[in-house]
Design a protein around this ligand. Structure first.
Ligand code: HEC
Length: 120
């Protein structure tokens, strides 16, 4: 009987940990808000974190700076900003030699562009 409860306990524990552990993987967009995305609060911090080390006014890798809103805007209509972070074919995959941005960050940048890429 003791053995039975031990096995039951193991099953319950492993099932519940399984459920909690995998929720993020199963629903990566859960908890990712793409509403009212702003340049200052959402897009800029993402670029600061993953892009500006190479694309600033001094380093200018690939002859590109993403420091100001106007700088960033010049890579929106030509699709370079989104294409590079989504690793679409025909674009240089960014950030270079690093892991792709997570889905939430990419969705936020995409939502910002869809909403008109405002300086908000
Ligand atoms: C480690 C340095 C480094 C980081 C970090 C980096 N880039 Fe780049 N990026 C480069 C280099 C170098 C090039 C030029 C590549 C080439 O011409 O082959 C480039 C090119 C680009 C281009 C032009 C792409 C094209 O297809 O012509 C864009 C747009 C760009 N980067 C955006 C970004 C964005 C957005 C991020 C952050 C998510 C980022 N980069 C992070 C080094 C970097």
């Amino acid at each position: 009987m003791n053995k039975f409860f031990l096995i039951l306990a193991i099953v319950v524990v492993s099932l519940s940990s399984c459920y909690y552990d995998s929720e993020e993987d199963l629903y990566p967009s859960a908890g990712c808000s793409t509403e009212n995305v702003s340049f200052a609060n959402d897009v800029k911090p993402i670029l600061l974190n993953s892009c500006l080390s190479c694309h600033n006014n001094v380093s200018l890798q690939g002859n590109i700076t993403l420091e100001s809103y106007d700088d960033v805007l010049s890579y929106v209509p030509n699709g370079l900003l989104l294409g590079s972070i989504k690793h679409d074919s025909g674009y240089k995959a960014m950030p270079q030699n690093a892991t792709k941005l997570d889905d939430c960050r990419i969705s936020k940048v995409e939502a910002w562009i869809t909403a008109g890429a405002l300086n908000n």
